[in-house]
Design a protein around this ligand. Sequence first.
Ligand code: NCD
Ligand code: ZN
Length: 344
Amino acid sequence: MNSITLIRPDDWHLHVRDGDVLKDIIPHTAARFGRAIIMPNLKPPVTTTEQAAAYQQRILAAVPQGITFTPLMTLYLTDNMPAKEISKAKQSGFIHAVKYYPAGATTHSDAGVTNLKKTFAVLESLQQHEIPLLIHGEVTDPDVDIFDREAVFIDRILQPLLQDFPDLKVVLEHITTTHAVDFIQSASPNIAATITPHHLLFNRNDIFQGGIRPHYYCLPILKREQHREALIKAATSGNPKFFLGTDSAPHPQTAKESACGCAGMYSAHAAIELYAEVFEQNNALDKLEGFASIFGAEYYQLPINNDKITLIKEPHKIESQYSFGKEILIPLKAGETIQWKLAP
Ligand code: NCD
Ligand code: ZN
């Protein structure tokens, strides 16, 4: 197959940061995706409907002329978010989810939840309004091995949470393990998961290929090959519980290539192309449209996009770097050849 046309996809998990970097990165996502769920982990985090409205306007200002792109906004759950913020968010019409980071789990998560019990009134309201709770599913207990944090989170936090709130819509974000795949498959229909391109492409050996490779460091961390294989199976299965969320998370080169490098990989410049590569390698290109363009929209109860994109099989080199405000951004697969190209 030399080309593939898809209903325009959406990205159900995206970090775009703020300020003068927006104009450098938003065009990558906007060229490919119709909409994206925008993560609220700014510093300080986006915790109110007003802040989300202002942030949405700053993102829209960075969308190139002539392109239609809708940022779907989210709020950042904290211990002291008032439950009435949820009815406000629902009424706004532009807030589509609330993000739960365990405090300290990842980049800019210091303001995250320390004890879920403190958020029960908010969760009650989310359940009532059918607003999805998006979960960064890793425990932060330093006694738990970094490669086990997702599995332990599922058993210790997520299972009990779903018992307390059986009708809550929950997306377990950027899943990385067989345990997560099995859990999602057997959970009720209100539970879904996003899968990133990097967890489909790489395993934990890639972090240490001939030396330490900071551009392969993200959270949840890359896992063993058997887990990558399980994620590929899930993504290409046609099960609507699994859909596309890149978790593209840009950091300046200086913050990645450092004695204490930040977690996050940038994939927005070639996201749908990279998914296409994985799906093709696994003889599942026919399953890409469901995963990328349909299942997420259905889960969020939004219409599917009414235009299309075309990808052409045309091996080409990824740029070695992009501008990132006054800094430099090293993209995923920098300088390497990938197989698919977005048709102009
Ligand atoms: C994300 C970021 O940089 O904001 N980093 C990452 O490794 N994925 C935060 C997150 O989603 O965990
Ligand atoms: Zn993320």
